[in-house]
Design a protein. Structure first.
Length: 322
């Protein structure tokens, strides 16, 4: 029994949580999987799996070993791709991405990816939370915000991210239109619950469309309150459309509604964001995936798609006047 077979069997048992499931995945008998795992544990001199009649889980040593095994198998797969398929990406590509953004923009890019690289098998995990790439064995994640430098992760910029303040015409007709950010204290401000400062909205006056350069405008922070906090941007959009209140939503989600008159863009002469002002849409991937061809081609396809698919925020007619 060679080491590769042992490592492969171990990785599949760990990912499926059972010997029978791993055997079906590998196309061998369950007894063969057990023998491979037994041989591996004897060779490394450590118990890697907790076994019971119902479940199989990783020990602490097994969890550390599993992370290293995934890297080894990934490198072997990549080497085989380059050698035997002349650099054609193939195999499993596990992606983590935000829910609503993926529905609107990632899905079309994945269709193009599949047509161009049919040997790729995409596993997509949608969540508006931040996944642990190593723990979840994620090849690449799409994130929106300000990248936080991490030694074990690489980041690639994909597109700018802008948010705007908006609500339904009926809401503003009933409550009034905010003229400056401080006016939002009198409004029902709906918030995204995963934002680090969901009750603090930050604003920066935009520069004039033309004219001499001026020093950067100071950022204004407004404490807001509201009757709805939710961890999904599409839910916030639907609440706005229904007249629930005011929300800070991404341009890529609501620009069509603004142009169609279903939502009204308030405070157009300000940049708006709940946290840092310099945020983007970006791809993040583990350092051990840096040379993985399947990760590179996916990011390339998505970046090209976003370059033409994302709506452009129009320039306001004039800057804020003091």
């Amino acid at each position: 029994m060679d080491r590769f077979s042992e490592l492969k069997a171990f990785s599949v048992v760990a990912s499926t949580g059972g010997f029978s499931a791993a055997a079906r995945n590998l196309g061998i008998a369950p007894s063969s999987v057990v023998r491979l795992i037994d041989a591996l544990e004897r060779r490394v001199g450590a118990r890697l799996l907790n076994r019971s009649t119902r479940t199989v889980t990783l020990t602490d040593s097994g969890r550390l070993y599993y992370e290293s095994v995934l890297v080894i198998l990934e490198q072997i797969e990549e080497a085989e791709n380059l050698a035997s398929q002349e650099g054609v990406p193939q195999g499993r590509l596990k992606i983590s991405a935000p829910v609503t953004f993926s529905t609107l923009y990632l899905a079309p890019a994945l269709c193009q990816l599949q047509q161009t690289y049919p040997k790729l098998a995409v596993h997509l995990n949608l969540s508006d939370g931040i996944s642990d790439l190593a723990e979840d064995s994620v090849d690449v994640a799409i994130r929106i915000g300000k990248p936080v430098p991490q030694a074990e992760l690489h980041t690639r910029w994909l597109a700018d991210q802008r948010r705007i303040i908006c609500a339904s015409p009926e809401y503003f007709k009933a409550v009034g239109m905010p003229l400056v950010p401080a006016d939002l204290r009198q409004h029902d401000c709906l918030s995204f619950s995963y934002a680090s400062q969901s009750r603090q909205w930050r604003f920066r006056p935009l520069a004039a469309p033309a004219g001499p350069a001026t020093p950067a405008e100071p950022i204004q922070t407004v404490e807001v309150s509201g009757s709805l906090s939710v961890n999904n941007s599409e839910m916030l959009r639907q609440a706005c459309l229904g007249g629930y209140g005011v929300a800070m939503l991404p341009v890529w989600l609501v620009m069509d509604d603004v142009q169609a008159g279903r939502l009204v863009w308030a405070l157009p002469a300000y940049e708006a964001n709940p946290g840092a002002m310099d945020v983007s849409i970006y791809a993040v991937y583990p350092s051990n995936r840096e040379t993985a061809l399947k990760v590179k081609v996916f990011i390339d396809v998505l970046e090209q798609h976003l370059a033409t698919a994302l709506p452009v925020l129009p320039q306001p007619a004039a800057p804020v006047q003091d």
